[in-house]
Design a protein around this ligand. Structure first.
Ligand SMILES: C[S@@+](CC[C@H](N)C(=O)[O-])C[C@H]1O[C@@H](n2cnc3c(N)ncnc32)[C@H](O)[C@@H]1O
Length: 208
């Protein structure tokens, strides 16, 4: 299922006020607005447009309650996750909805890293560039690249303290880092057979 369809399936029917945090280039926010919602999408790098505002969640000063908050691959970046989730819970009315598409960098085990390395080698061969020379190097670069970002364990604990989960699925993620060399369908199949770990997830919940 496409991310926008997953998000729309969990939103209350319009009219409703929706906030997207960390909207990036704004594709998801535009899809939600086009479905008839009163949309505000924030990101320090947000594009131009009436539904966008160039602020961080921490800077956002929004009066009135929201019906839903959506975040795709942004919450694991916020510095103070507990404060961010407290703010989201405060912005949502009772029963307000939180929908996330997220990344679990702490689930890259050796088998998953080994598969990822193979894909990096294929990408390097296709481009005539150099891949990391060893699995240890892949694992060490992964740790450096994701230092300071919240992993699944931290996210889960902070989410469960504030929200009641209504939907959850593990999802392929590494294909997104591989510029199309690895197919999403292949990564999904390997996850389903247990050969590698999922490093993405989708989550929907209600404000407690
Ligand atoms: C990996 S990008 C994801 C962009 C987009 N949501 C997507 O899925 O393609 C993370 C985004 O979160 C934004 N971001 C990071 N911290 C933020 C914060 N505290 N408040 C709002 N946006 C934030 C970044 O500027 C960046 O655009």
């Amino acid at each position: 299922m496409e991310l926008a369809d997953f998000v729309l399936a969990h939103l209350p029917n319009p009219p409703a006020r929706i906030l997207e945090i960390g909207c990036g280039r704004g594709e998801l926010a535009r899809r939600i607005a086009a479905a008839g919602y009163d949309m505000l999408a924030i990101d320090p790098e947000a594009p131009e447009g009436s539904i966008f505002r160039r602020v961080t969640l921490e800077e956002l000063d929004e009066p009135g309650l929201l019906d839903a908050v959506v975040a795709s691959r942004s919450l694991h970046h916020v510095v103070d996750l507990a404060a961010a989730l407290d703010k989201i819970a405060g912005l949502l009315g009772p029963g307000g909805v939180l929908v996330l598409d997220e990344f679990a960098h702490d689930r890259l085990d050796d088998a998953t890293a080994d598969w990822y390395w193979g894909q990096l080698r294929a990408l390097a061969a296709a481009r005539g560039t150099t891949a990391p020379p060893s699995l240890d190097q892949v694992i060490s670069e992964w740790a450096t690249d994701h230092e300071g970002l919240h992993g699944y364990g931290t996210m889960r604990g902070e989410l469960d303290a504030r929200f009641q989960q209504v939907d959850f699925s593990w999802e392929p993620y590494l294909y997104r880092e591989l510029d199309g060399v690895a197919a999403e369908a292949l990564e999904r199949m390997l996850i389903e057979t247990g050969a590698i770990q999922a490093t993405g997830y989708r989550y929907a919940a209600e404000n407690r």
